[in-house]
Design a protein around this ligand. Sequence first.
Ligand SMILES: [Zn+2]
Length: 124
Amino acid sequence: MTVDICACGAPRRPGGSDCRECHRKTVKRYRERQARHRQVQDQLIENLTVNNRDTREKFEARCKTRFVVVLAGPGEEVDDFAGMVASFHPMGMLTVVDTDGRSHSVPLHKVKEDIGRKNYGISQ
Ligand SMILES: [Zn+2]
């Protein structure tokens, strides 16, 4: 005869290997672990994308989205390019990833919100 008793001594759930109470605790532990895992991931993303709060706030005051156009300064060899801001660094420096996946260090003042994003590679 099988003993329908959970490890804790309470009757098992019908068809279950533990009682209602233990099952509830197991589910709760599982959910807590999931939540912790998500939190760690969020923090990682936060660390990767938001390094410097001061620079980020200055950027957000200028641009509503992360999609930007980087304007080449006068006499510079590089062309303007469109990209996405990947991280914020102290002293108003940004890392912008262009449509080819290359990253560039760009000072905040050379970045402009990419209003006509449809004209650039990202969505093409
Ligand atoms: Zn139990």
